[in-house]
Ligand binder design. Structure first.
Ligand SMILES: [Zn+2]
Length: 102
């Protein structure tokens, strides 16, 4: 049994508000702060995950641009570039590049 901090009425342990005066007990606020903490953790985790997911764009975009330029100018594409494309950009695109012996 706890007592209301405002009016001193006995209140049940699981009560969220005082039956005497209607003041909220501390239980509700501590519960919502736990939810907020969990939400915060999820926000941070998903932000970190999204950050990792976006990192490949740093090399995927330039490599795609380089490949498009080389194809348009009929320039030979190096074997190293083909293998890097296979490993880091697209497995299928890399295989196609390796099959295309120019
Ligand atoms: Zn009260």
């Amino acid at each position: 049994m706890a007592f209301c901090k405002k009016c001193g009425t006995e209140i049940a342990d699981d009560a969220v508000i005082c039956p005497g005066c209607g003041a909220s007990t501390n239980k509700q606020s501590s519960q919502s702060s736990t939810l907020k903490t969990v939400a915060k953790i999820f926000m941070i985790l998903s932000t970190v995950f999204m950050g990792f997911a976006l990192i490949p764009l740093a090399w995927c975009i330039p490599m795609t641009v380089i490949y498009c330029k080389k194809v348009n100018n009929n320039e030979p594409v190096g074997i190293g570039f083909k293998i890097c494309s296979l490993l880091f950009v697209s497995l299928i695109a890399g295989i196609l590049m390796l099959c295309d012996n120019d």
